[in-house]
Write a protein that binds this ligand. Sequence first.
Ligand code: CP
Ligand code: NVA
Length: 301
Amino acid sequence: MTRHLLKLQDLSAEEILEILNLADQLKYEKKHGIAHPHLQGKSLGMIFTKSSTRTRVSFEVGMYDLGGQALFLSGRDLQIGRGEPAEDTARVLSRYLDGIMIRTYAQEEVEQLARYGSIPVINGLTDYCHPCQVLTDLMTIREYKGYFKGLKMVYVGDGNNMANSLIVGGIRMGMQVAVACPKSHQPDAALMKWAAENGTFCCTDNIPEAVADADVLYTDVWASMGQEAEAEERRKIFKGYQINREVMAAAKPDAMVLHCLPAHRGEEITADVFEAHATEIFDEAENRLHAQKAVLVKLMA
Ligand code: CP
Ligand code: NVA
């Protein structure tokens, strides 16, 4: 059976740890100039119907580092953008490529590519989730804290794709997860139910309550890709759902701050908190490369 990464729920805790261990090893090898051509001669197609800096560059450089090649396929240029069905695109691309990474709107489109194609499909972000980012975040948390069990991870902001994947990743790794968001913009209801049944989870609109004693603080933009028209209205809805000095004071003194980026200073995070935690945030961005390579090797080698 072809293995995919469509959403984080598809991975067990053991499988996540295997990816993180391999990511650490690939990071070490890269830093020490040790070649790791695990995907020699292989090709990854990267379909983007939304913008990207980190995902595109980390997968493209990652394939190069692994001895393979990556093709950037813009949704605007592909026939899929003119209505060619995903099931046909999947079957055609399976004849040329060894793997597909796709960033798009509907989770269903990613699932369809996996269903109809015969090569691994990797979700590079949908409206529903962002599993590659959260694998990277887990790698970064372990790098800084050394362990997961019992750590409290708090997400402040929109209950969006990032919130959904962080809930799954955090609970799988045995962290306590709290989400502070407005009642109208909570994460996926089924995921929250699963989290409450499988670990320590809470979702509240009370920010100080959520943030108390946090070890890891996380936030993301108030308006995600595709929600640009709602940006003004969202600024009103999310006002206050911000990581700032006051919020940091309620967290543990050694709490780390993560952000998937891009960041909007003055909205979900203040400039001073962002800069005070820039080392963690840019280590996190760097780790996209190492974590994505680990996913590629696990699925395509
Ligand atoms: N965090 C993240 O996925 O960044 P990009 O949108 O730049 O790929
Ligand atoms: N929630 C954001 C994440 C960007 C990496 C978005 O979907 O635009």
